[in-house]
Design a protein. Structure first.
Length: 236
């Protein structure tokens, strides 16, 4: 299946990426700019198991060339062999496919690089920074860590996005993109000082993620094992 996927496909095959074919079974237009697709897993979950924030690489065609993007599994059900994927819609091959997808459509996927290691000791507070592209992963993290309180700085998106936050445990701080980095730098130090076992989780565009990750690790001296940072998309 790596044939025709260019150098990315060849590299993933060398790294023992596992290939699967997913089939669309239904869709929901959650908001005008946010779409959820339901799929069967083509044997994925039985072969790989499930972990929090688990993601897969979907393969699209963009201007005649292979194009892969990563998406977090939503509500994976190993017994049924099903899950959902959520798309923050914008211009591009992935969003175009998601808009048009209908029951019976298939898409190829590769699993390579996903993983999750819960820090020890368990977090006393989650400090998460994300945006609509990483919302499924944020929700998965909140589900996995159960009663753990969280502070979430969230950039962009409408109020009707499918947050799985509980006001009793989760402090959701909606922030314009232009203000996100400054607000986190202003508010995060005091929260870290008040949290004995923090877990800092960052998943924004690549530039923002790098900036905040460097700040957390170098300026605030948060240990590597208490942080996770992954750029989910590249800003223009």
């Amino acid at each position: 299946m790596a044939q025709g996927r260019g150098w990315e496909g060849a590299v993933l095959k060398l790294m023992r990426g596992k290939d699967f074919t997913f089939t669309v079974t239904g869709s929901e237009q959650v908001t005008p700019d946010y779409r959820r697709l339901h799929l069967t897993d083509g044997g994925l979950l039985a072969a790989t198991g499930v972990h929090p924030t688990m993601w897969v690489r979907l393969w699209f065609t963009n201007a005649g060339k292979p194009h892969q993007r990563a998406y977090t599994l939503v509500d994976p059900d190993p017994a049924a062999g099903t899950f959902a994927l959520e798309f923050a819609l914008h211009e591009g091959a992935a969003s175009d496919w998601a808009r048009a997808a209908k029951p019976g459509d298939t898409i190829e996927a590769t699993v390579q690089g996903t993983g999750f290691a819960e820090p020890a000791p368990a977090p006393s507070r989650i400090l998460a920074i994300g945006d609509p592209a990483s919302l499924p992963a944020i929700n998965s993290l909140l589900d996995a860590l159960g009663a753990t309180p969280a502070t979430i700085w969230f950039e962009g998106g409408g109020d009707d996005l499918p947050f799985r936050t509980d006001p009793a445990r989760h402090d959701l701080r909606r922030t314009p993109r232009a203000e996100l980095v400054d607000r986190v730098k202003t508010e995060l130090p005091a929260l870290l000082a008040a949290t004995p076992d923090p877990y800092v989780w960052i998943a924004c565009d690549t530039r923002t993620t790098r900036t905040l990750s460097a700040y957390v690790r170098k300026d605030l001296a948060v240990p590597k094992e208490r942080t996770h940072a992954l750029g989910y998309w590249r800003a223009d």
